[in-house]
Structures are given as structure tokens and as C-alpha cells.
Design a protein around this ligand. Structure first.
Ligand code: CU
Length: 658
């Protein structure tokens, strides 16, 4: 067995240089190139080894173990150093396209198409003697029935993910296609989650959180990574045919999934089990085929991104970087370009014992920008810190961008430096989706922190559920280095604070209304105007009763009188109360529905001249009083709750009389 420590000094001696400059190739690059910060080293592969990498892990002694699409497992000696001359040693063969590999407890596990297999070398010759079936699942022979894993879970069980078959669309002709399975070392299987299309990239963080990468296809508008939890439905309904099995953790049917082309977040409002992507990878911009996911747990020895994820792309032969944060108890975050120019299509990554990143590649069956048919490479940090957007944090009214180096504050305060727009994708059974519903946002502020490491952007028009593209122009660090990558995408599943925004505070925008009849009156005045001298002419009170109804459906007030109208939401769901122009109640309710994702932030009150007065959207067990002058025109003014689904029953009449 080769010991790493004996190899490196020889290399240094030959090169006549110090360890820090061993990877001296960054001198061939300028600071505006990725290669200045990270050096890519290609490991030679002998002609008689077809190393179409399907699985990759690092043995405790530091050697990479590689499974190949042709069914072999190779152990690689002498894989380190700046100019490695690796020696390949075949550990196993005859496997059925093993697309994942795990070294654990003196054994090597691999996921074949139809089986999780444990291999052991009992006689010490580093060739597998025992091939043990841990758990097997059926196959039909469809070419697209790829199987991935295993990951080791914190409880010691193993996690595998199974592609759908492809029959012109994603389908699950054999059991558990489109599912993730948890398998104990003793071979006990528990189906964990469903909704996968092509979950080739899976990774687990040091917290034990599992993420998978999805590829554009039917139901999948663009690539993404998603945090998987037991019982999730991840988005492709092909695997739902097996939810009737008694082991299934959820009961959801294909026909429960709306195939309307509405965005996924809209579908998720109907389908509780539907898990939204944690971070979208916009097609062609952030790759075209999401693959390997690995956490940077290198404590700074791979650069300034500890705790973030690196995500591979097979078709574009590149790595992206992901910053995650939790908002409303769910992960979301931003992705950034990281490094491109790998030799072939990236499928697998693993940390070397020297904190370099091994990258296993193949482009068979799926063309890649890297033109080698297969490759094994290492990415090594040169010790130089690139000027990058390191993190993006969502705020209630914008974003905070954290940089790796202090910014030039005189530039960074210029709002015109930033462009933000938001968009989403269609969720439907056709292949992929264009970006839809694209809107630019107005930047209203750019404040630089005292240390220069972050910029707080305030914007108008954040849209919950949407992907937000954040572009910068010409920004330099305080030391004059240009940004290495000047764009990122933030997946804004939740706007911080949005869950509590709707409780009835009185700081709603006031007075911007287009109602001809009451153009001088604000529509949501929640404290008594001073001119009333503490006295309303009418004090109306309303609550709710079961069956989606108000507890009073008729009130009478005098024209031009001072009205205090108190809505006590004593129900267990959200409601509002909207007073409308006669004859317009149905139009107002319909416009409220049309607000889509923006509805809640707008209290489901459309910006319409037909709305006279309204309460905000009230949480259960909260109340709000609104104050207004009754119309001068006698008539029957309907009121209604415009929360989606309530307008047909939650309505009443405010009669205005002379
Ligand atoms: Cu309601």
C-alpha cells in the first residue's frame, strides 16, 4: 500500500519548490481566470482501462475507488501530487452499470441497476471475493432505469435513488422507479420519498441533510437540487403509482397532480406533499444536467466556501456552488458559477485526503462540452482567494450579498450596478419549460457594511416562489480585483417575515386608491382619524361561524356617516373583509384569485377601483378595525372575504341609507 506522505516530498524535490507552490500552474493564469485560484489536474488513464466513471469514493488510505459504467471497480494508487502517475488496480468486475459507490467498514458498496451490492476482499489481495446482495429491486430492461448511491445515512442505513424509465415520458413500469429507498445493512427496505425523474446526483451534508440533483425533463422545467425528507413528493408523478403499497409513506395519486403549466409553487399550494426545489439551476445558464452534490467540509482548506455545496453538471463539464439558508424552517438559497473546463461530463465528486476535489467524469450517451469520453481529475485550491459573491441572504425587502473580499465601497453604493429580475418555470407533463413571467425589480437602495464585506440591497417587488437573478456590473474589491463571476440565482421560496406580514398592523400603504366615489379616502385606515374626536357614528362588529361564513351578513349605516368596522377573525384560518362597489363583488373576488403568489402579500386585495375599503388578511384569533366615511350614494354595498375559495360563502351586505 502506498502511503501518501512518501510521495509528496519526492515531488517537491523534483520540482525544487515548496509545498505551497507545488501547484504552481496558477502563474499561467491571470486573476480574472478561475484557474488562478484553482488548478485542475488530469490523471492519466491507461489505454486498456475504460474509466467511464459511474461511482467514486475515497478509501480510508486516500486512494480513489471508481466504479464504471462498464461494470468494473478500480482502485487508484498514486493519484495525488501535481503530476500524478496513477496505477489502476481492478477490484471487481461484472457488475451491472454501478452508478454509485461507497467505501464503508472494510467493504465497498455499489448500486447496480437492480441491486445494492456489498463487496469484500477476504484474502487481502485487493480483489473482491464476496459479492453480497443487500437488497434487490425489479427491472424491465428499459435503458433509462439507472440506479444511484448508496449514501450512508446518520443511522447507518443506506440511501439509493432510482431513475424513472423513459418511454417518451418518465414512467415507473417496475416497482420503486422514481423513488428513494432507505435500506438497512441487513437488507430491510423502507421507501422514503417519491417524485424523482433522474436523481443522478445525491449528497449528504455534515448535518445529515440529504440533497439530490434533478435534470430537466417532463414535469421538470429546469434542473434543481432539493432537500429530501421522508414522505416528500419531489415533483415527477411517474412513481406515484406505487403509493398504494402499504409501505408507501404517502398516499398521493398521479391524478392529484395539476397538469396546468402553472408554476410549481402554485401546484404546491394544492398538493401539500409537493416539495419545492431548494435551489433551481436555470437551464443552459447553470448547466443542463445537474449531477454530483458534495458539501465543502474542508474547514477553509479548499478556499473560502466552507459549508457550501458544489454541484456538478454533466453536459456543461462544470461545477456550480450553492449557498443555503433556512427561511421559515426550509432550505433555500443561491447558486453561483464556480469552475468550468473539465475534460468530460461530470458525474461524481469526492474529497481527497489532501483537500483536493476528485472529479469523476463520463460523457457516454450524453454529450458534454468536455470532449474526452471519460476522465478522472482533481481540483486543487492554489491558496488565492477569488473576489466572489460568497453568500446571498434573503431579506424581507431585498437581499444581502456577502463577498469574499471587501468591496470598493465607492462603486458598491451605486444602485445602477445591480440588476435583479425574477421568473419561474411551468410545471407540466411536457419536457422542460421556458423561463416565464419575467419581471425586473427596482433597486431602491445599496448600503455597504462597515467592513466592506456585504452590500444590503433593498428592492421593490420581491416575488415569493420565484427565482431571482442577481447581476452585478464592473464591481471591484477594495484592492482592485474584479469579480470572478458576476451573477447568481436566488430561489426565493420564502420571503423572510412573510408568514407574519399579514397580521393586522396598521402600516399598510394608505390613500392610493382609484375609486372615483371615494377617491379622497384611504381603503385601510386602522386607527380612528383625529377629526372624529374619538367618536364613530356606527360601531360594527363581525366574526365568523363554521362553514366559511361571516356571523353577520347585513349591516345598515347612514350615508356619509363615520363607520368603525371591526372584524374579529375567530376562525382557524386566514380571512379578510373587503367592501366593494355595488355589482362588483364577483369581479373583485376573481381578481383576488388572479393575484397568484402575490396574493398573500397584497392581502388578496386587488388594486381595483371596485374595492372601497378592506381589512388586511387576518391570522386566526386576530382582529382589525377599519375606519371610513360611508358612501354618499345610498345602496347595497357587498362585502366579501377574498381569500381564495371563500368568496362564494363569506359575503354580506352593508346597506347605506339616507
Ligand atoms: Cu375567508
Amino acid at each position: 500500500m502506498k502511503v501518501l506522505g512518501f510521495i509528496l516530498p519526492i515531488v517537491f524535490l523534483l520540482n525544487g519548490c515548496t509545498p505551497t507552490s507545488e501547484y504552481g500552474d496558477s502563474l499561467d493564469h491571470t486573476p480574472d481566470e478561475e484557474g488562478y485560484y484553482y488548478q485542475l489536474i488530469t490523471l492519466p488513464i491507461p489505454e486498456d482501462v475504460v474509466l467511464e466513471v459511474g461511482g467514486l469514493d475515497i478509501l480510508p488510505d486516500g486512494r480513489p475507488a471508481v466504479s464504471t459504467r462498464r461494470g468494473e471497480i478500480w482502485l487508484v494508487d498514486d493519484a495525488y501530487g501535481a503530476s500524478p502517475e496513477p496505477v489502476y488496480h481492478r477490484f471487481a468486475h461484472g457488475l451491472h452499470e454501478p452508478l454509485g459507490l461507497l467505501a464503508k467498514d472494510d467493504a465497498i458498496y455499489a448500486t447496480q441497476r437492480g441491486e445494492l451490492t456489498k463487496m469484500m476482499d477476504n484474502d487481502g489481495d485487493e480483489v473482491a471475493d464476496v459479492y453480497e446482495s443487500v437488497y434487490a429491486w425489479p427491472l424491465t430492461g428499459n435503458y433509462h432505469e439507472y440506479s444511484y448511491g448508496p449514501l450512508e445515512l446518520p443511522n447507518g442505513n443506506l440511501f439509493v435513488s432510482l431513475n424513472l424509465a423513459w418511454v417518451g415520458y418518465g414512467a415507473s413500469p417496475a416497482k420503486w422507479r422514481g423513488w428513494a429507498l432507505e435500506i438497512s445493512p441487513e437488507g430491510e427496505m423502507t421507501p422514503m420519498a417519491v417524485g424523482f425523474r433522474s436523481p443522478a446526483g445525491i449528497g449528504i451534508t455534515s448535518n445529515g441533510d440529504i440533497f439530490y440533483g434533478e435534470n430537466q425533463g417532463d414535469w421538470i422545467g429546469s434542473g434543481w437540487i432539493t432537500h429530501i425528507e421522508a414522505g416528500d413528493f419531489l415533483g415527477h408523478p411517474g412513481g406515484l403509482r406505487w403509493t398504494e403499497d402499504e409501505q408507501s409513506p404517502l398516499k398521493l395519486a398521479y391524478d392529484d397532480i395539476p397538469n396546468t403549466g402553472e408554476p410549481m409553487f402554485a401546484a404546491a399550494e394544492e398538493v401539500e406533499e409537493l416539495k419545492l426545489p431548494t435551489v433551481w439551476f436555470p437551464h443552459t445558464i447553470m448547466g443542463i444536467s445537474t449531477s454530483a452534490i458534495i458539501e465543502d467540509n474542508r474547514e477553509g482548506d479548499f478556499g473560502p466556501f466552507h459549508g457550501q455545496l458544489f454541484v456538478g453538471d454533466q453536459g456543461h463539464s462544470k461545477l456550480m456552488r450553492v449557498y443555503l439558508e433556512k427561511v421559515n424552517d426550509a432550505y433555500q438559497g443561491a447558486n453561483f458559477p464556480f469552475y468550468e473546463g473539465f475534460a468530460s461530463g461530470i458525474l461524481r465528486t469526492a474529497w481527497g485526503t489532501d483537500n483536493s476535489l476528485f472529479v469523476g467524469q463520463t460523457s457516454r450517451g450524453w454529450d458534454a462540452t468536455g470532449k474526452s469520453p471519460y476522465a478522472l481529475e482533481r481540483l486543487v485550491w492554489t491558496g488565492k482567494v477569488p473576489f466572489e459573491m460568497k453568500e446571498i441572504h434573503a431579506e424581507s425587502d431585498g437581499f444581502t450579498i456577502v463577498f469574499t473580499l471587501p468591496v470598493d465601497a465607492s462603486q458598491a453604493v451605486d444602485q445602477s450596478l445591480y440588476d435583479i429580475s425574477s421568473f419561474t418555470y411551468k410545471y407540466h407533463n411536457t419536457y422542460g419549460s421556458p423561463a416565464i413571467d419575467i419581471e425586473s425589480l427596482d433597486i431602491t437602495g445599496a448600503d455597504v457594511s462597515e467592513d466592506g464585506l456585504s452590500v444590503r440591497l433593498t428592492v421593490d417587488g420581491l416575488r415569493e416562489g420565484y427565482i431571482h437573478e442577481i447581476k452585478l456590473r464592473e464591481l471591484q474589491s477594495s484592492s482592485g480585483i474584479s469579480l470572478l463571476h458576476d451573477f447568481a440565482f436566488y430561489t426565493l421560496n420564502n420571503i423572510p417575515g412573510s408568514a407574519s406580514n399579514s397580521t393586522g398592523s396598521s402600516d399598510e400603504p394608505q390613500g392610493s386608491n382609484a375609486s372615483g366615489q371615494n377617491s379622497s379616502q384611504a381603503k385601510n385606515v386602522t386607527s380612528m382619524p383625529e377629526s372624529w374626536n374619538g367618536q364613530a357614528d356606527h360601531e360594527l362588529a363581525i366574526g365568523t361561524v363554521p362553514g366559511l361564513r361571516f356571523d353577520e351578513e347585513f349591516f345598515e349605516v347612514k350615508t356619509g356617516s363615520k363607520v368603525q368596522f371591526t372584524f374579529n377573525n375567530n376562525d382557524d384560518m386566514l380571512h379578510n373583509l373587503v367592501i366593494t362597489v355595488p355589482g362588483e363583488i364577483d369581479d373583485v373576488a376573481e381578481s383576488a384569485m388572479g393575484l397568484g403568489i402575490r396574493g398573500q402579500e397584497m392581502n388578496y386585495v386587488p388594486d381595483s377601483g371596485s374595492v372601497l375599503f378592506y381589512t388586511t388578511l387576518l391570522e386566526p384569533e386576530t382582529k382589525e378595525s377599519i375606519f371610513f366615511i360611508a358612501p354618499q350614494e345610498p345602496g347595497e354595498y357587498p362585502f366579501v372575504c377574498t381569500f381564495p375559495g371563500h368568496a362564494m360563502t363569506m359575503r354580506g351586505v352593508l346597506k347605506v341609507v339616507d
